[in-house]
Every structure is written in structure tokens, then in C-alpha cells.
Design a binder for this molecule. Structure first.
Ligand code: SME
Length: 171
């Protein structure tokens, strides 16, 4: 009986560690991902291929990325382009939510608790925190966003912002 109890405690600790990624671990992980993406993306100048590859690598290497995708401005609407994760909203209501906030401010938006962000658009009720990073054209004007949701609160910080901003520049 004692043996079983000890094993249960160990399993709980492992799960807790998986959910929390500290800043140092994030830095190392992003550095490796960035170096890998730089090399892979140089093989094609096709934007769609670069976007799909960025999402595949990020979504499968960052365990707290629950939904990872691109929304792009198309005829004045913010429309989903490509993504990994559960089914997404196709078009985001204009001037509402986290992605539009990133477009309008042309700045990365970090939301610790989506339920406390006025106007947040919930495509999936399991999402609890979010980061939206603007994509910019050669004049610095926003053309879309890289959007990532986590099923845990407070998953994103300045380390995510820094590296995701670097990664979208590779497109
Ligand atoms: N939550 C976003 C909508 C996109 S989904 O998270 C996939 C927003 O408020 O803009």
C-alpha cells in the first residue's frame, strides 16, 4: 500500500512540472525552435509553407500551446488562415477581442485570464490565457496575427512575446 501511495505522489509531481514551464526552460526551448525554423524555412519563399511549418513546430514542441494559428486581414475581415488545434472561429467580429486588439495597437497582447478581457472571443471554452502577435508588412503595417491559446491561466509572458515576435519575422 505504501508503495502505491509513493508512486501516486511521484505521478502528481511529474504532471505539475509538465504544466509549468519556467522562463529559463522557455528560453532554451524557443532558442532551439528558432534555430531549427530558420534553417527549415530557408528552403522555400512560399509564405503559406512557412506559416504551416511554424505552426507545426510550435504546436508540437510547446506543450502549453492548446491552439496555435494565424488570422489574416482579408477584405477588411480578420479571417483564420491556417492552424493547429481544435476547430476555430472562421472570422473574428470586427474590432472585438484579443486578435483585433493586437491589430489595432500593432503590438503583442498578452492575456493572463481571457475571462477578464472585455470582448474576448471564445472559439473554444477550454482556452484560459492567450497571446496575439501582429504580423507586419515591409512598411510595418499589421496584416494579421499569430494567435496562441493555452488551456491554463497565465501561460504567456515576455519570453513568449520576444521569441514569437522573432519567429513571425521569419515569414
Ligand atoms: N480569442 C481570440 C479569437 C481567436 S481564438 O482564440 C482561436 C480573440 O479574442 O480575438
Amino acid at each position: 500500500m505504501l508503495k502505491v501511495a509513493t508512486q501516486q505522489i511521484l505521478i502528481l509531481q511529474v504532471n505539475k512540472n509538465l504544466q509549468i514551464m519556467d522562463k529559463a526552460k522557455k528560453e532554451k526551448r524557443y532558442f532551439r525552435i528558432y534555430e531549427q525554423l530558420k534553417q527549415i524555412l530557408s528552403a522555400s519563399s512560399f509564405e503559406d509553407a512557412k506559416m504551416a511549418t511554424i505552426l507545426a513546430v510550435l504546436h508540437h514542441k510547446m506543450e502549453y500551446f492548446f491552439w496555435t494559428g494565424f488570422y489574416v486581414l482579408h477584405k477588411g475581415e480578420l479571417t483564420v488562415k491556417t492552424y493547429q488545434g481544435p476547430l476555430a472561429c472562421q472570422v473574428l467580429e470586427k474590432d472585438k477581442g484579443v486578435c483585433w486588439a493586437a491589430i489595432k495597437s500593432n503590438k503583442t497582447i498578452i492575456v493572463e485570464d481571457v475571462h477578464r478581457f472585455e470582448g474576448h472571443i471564445a472559439c473554444d471554452s477550454r482556452s484560459k490565457s492567450e497571446i496575439a502577435v501582429p504580423l507586419q508588412n515591409s512598411f510595418g503595417k499589421p496584416t494579421g496575427v499569430l494567435d496562441v491559446d493555452s488551456a491554463e491561466y497565465n501561460s504567456f509572458d515576455e519570453v513568449d512575446a520576444h521569441w514569437l515576435e522573432m519567429i513571425v519575422k521569419l515569414i
